[in-house]
Design a protein around this ligand. Structure first.
Ligand SMILES: *[C@@H]1O[C@H](CO)[C@@H](O)[C@H](O)[C@H]1NC(C)=O
Ligand SMILES: *[C@@H]1O[C@H](CO)[C@@H](O)[C@H](O)[C@H]1NC(C)=O
Ligand SMILES: *[C@@H]1O[C@H](CO)[C@@H](O)[C@H](O)[C@H]1NC(C)=O
Ligand SMILES: *[C@@H]1O[C@H](CO)[C@@H](O)[C@H](O)[C@H]1NC(C)=O
Ligand SMILES: *[C@@H]1O[C@H](CO)[C@@H](O)[C@H](O)[C@H]1NC(C)=O
Length: 445
């Protein structure tokens, strides 16, 4: 019942296509602007001028000059919008870093490997047997008849992933709060985790709270919860309503993460993501110091960097002995089949097998974003473990719902006659790819 509402999401193909076109145009414009800036920066007087215009903002202050900035919601508006002033987020690690990333602490990089068809080990649960399954992700229920997408196991090069064991996982979670924080991709991973875990808990010993900003699955006998917090842009934004977030403008408070952090700072194990919402064109920034609701406008990557800074400032201050923090890298999309099959004109619709070209990387996974995220994690050191799922998920063009999910608007006849026009090539069917992301989580906990 509630699922119908909380899975509402924009996945309209034409809209998305528009976003991507806008994005590409924007990227080009942005790059031109950058080049211009580099050229302008050359003469000394201009250089000095630019240096002077950069100011650093301390994030996550509860009040700004004794004034509590108004909380953003979907009705918030900018009085007016001006160009980005160059303000940046000031954050620094609280102690010297000992670089201890997942990749380097292991003798083998478990994220590098290949998909193996294995219908004895996978799927790890049955779609119809999970009462918390989402209609957006239940592909078999919505008519998908080729079920091979459920049968792939990830095989790292040179080592093995630990085998999923639900009792062991519950023991790791005993007395703890595991919280997923992010957008609908992260929500898919949360539903996957709940489906993976729920089968061994008797129906009267488990519960799910109604959908809200924070939604909680609870297992009594383990005194443990598996929770999801809707925070698609990590920082405070006008899109923080878990249901109504289809808006024309994205407005964020780049220096404010406390609205969300007040919810997640008490969890023991945290799994964050953020990416696709930054790819929908320019973002409006409403700094907390701004009393008159005057916004600045910045490209998605620049805005994401500010948000990551405010987030990192908070994460850097947490005690790594008490908390485990994971960050899931960008989830790939498969919107243009010409990228893996030159000459074709489709998308993920009707794709039944993974891509077997080693190192395949589609245009949906933005490398400058990956570089920026890396920079943040290098500075955070051991405080965050990166679940680098991008490359391995790139191979899974077969894993998306395409037309086999519930759609929230009635589909028009011209759409129905051309399935590629409304295929969802962003989210992932369950059981499927996000289960494997959770196997990594199990592996590292
Ligand atoms: C697994 O796949 C093999 C080869 O495709 C097939 O012969 C077998 O019947 C399948 N087993 C199950 C349990 O689906
Ligand atoms: C799962 O782990 C439990 C506890 O460690 C163990 O007793 C059980 O045999 C394991 N199950 C499987 C299928 O490996
Ligand atoms: C249950 O877990 C919470 C932390 O999530 C803890 O504060 C509480 O003491 C635990 N209760 C029991 C009975 O172990
Ligand atoms: C901005 O909007 C507020 C109301 O939200 C209004 O009181 C204020 O005068 C406006 N400021 C400017 C500079 O227009
Ligand atoms: C994730 O893996 C890709 C290669 O698959 C690599 O290029 C990238 O740097 C990694 N990202 C992070 C944040 O470690």
């Amino acid at each position: 019942m509630m699922q119908q509402r909380w899975n509402r999401k924009r996945t309209h193909f034409p809209l998305l296509a528009l976003f991507f076109v806008l994005f590409i145009v924007f990227t080009i414009l942005h790059n031109e602007r950058r080049i211009l800036r580099i050229q302008q920066d050359h003469p000394d007087h201009l250089h000095q001028h630019r240096e002077a215009s950069i100011t650093y903002v301390k994030p996550n202050l509860l009040t700004y000059e004794n004034r509590a900035p108004e909380v953003l919601d979907r009705f918030s508006r900018c009085n007016s919008t001006r160009e980005y002033s160059g303000r940046k987020i000031a954050w620094s690690e609280s102690e010297p870093k000992s670089v201890h990333r997942i990749e380097s602490s292991e003798s083998c990089d478990v994220f590098s490997g290949r998909w193996v068809f294995d219908n004895t080990s996978h799927p790890l649960y049955n779609e119809a047997e999970c009462p918390y399954m989402s209609d957006q992700l239940a592909c078999h229920k919505h008519g998908r008849s080729d079920l091979g997408y459920q049968n792939w196991r990830w095989q790292p090069n040179g080592c093995n992933l630990r085998r999923w064991n639900v009792t062991e996982m519950w023991e790791k979670l005993r007395g703890k709060r595991l919280m997923f924080v992010g957008d609908s991709l992260n929500r898919g991973q949360w539903i996957s985790m709940v489906c993976l875990l729920q089968s061994v808990i008797p129906a009267d010993k488990r519960s799910m709270s109604p959908n809200a900003h924070l939604t909680i699955f609870k297992a009594e006998e383990y005194n443990a919860t598996v929770e999801f917090l809707w925070a698609p842009l990590l920082v405070e934004s006008n899109s923080d309503d878990p249901v109504n977030h289809r808006l024309d403008d994205r407005i964020i408070r780049p220096d404010s993460i406390l609205k969300h952090a007040s919810q997640w700072e008490h969890a023991d194990i945290l799994v964050f993501n953020t990416y696709l919402w930054w790819r929908q064109g320019p973002v409006k920034l409403l700094w907390s110091s701004e009393e008159n609701d005057i916004c600045e406008e910045l490209d998605g990557l620049g805005a994401m960097e500010l948000a990551m800074g405010a987030w990192a400032d908070k994460v850097a201050k947490m005690n790594p002995l008490k908390k485990q923090v994971f960050f899931v890298t960008m989830s790939p999309t498969h919107l243009w089949s010409r990228e893996w099959e030159p000459g074709s004109e489709g998308n993920c619709y009707n794709e039944k097998t993974p891509i077997d070209m080693e190192g395949y990387w589609g245009s949906g996974s933005d490398l400058p974003t990956m570089r920026m995220v890396e920079k943040v994690f290098n500075k955070l050191g051991s405080k965050v473990s990166v679940l680098n799922i991008t490359q391995l998920s790139e191979y899974r063009k077969d894993g998306h719902p395409s037309i086999y999910r519930k759609f929230w608007e009635a589909l028009r006849p011209e759409q129905l006659s051309k399935p590629t026009t409304y295929s969802d090539c962003i989210h992932w069917c369950l059981p499927g790819v996000p289960d494997v992301w959770n196997e990594f989580l199990f592996h590292f906990l």
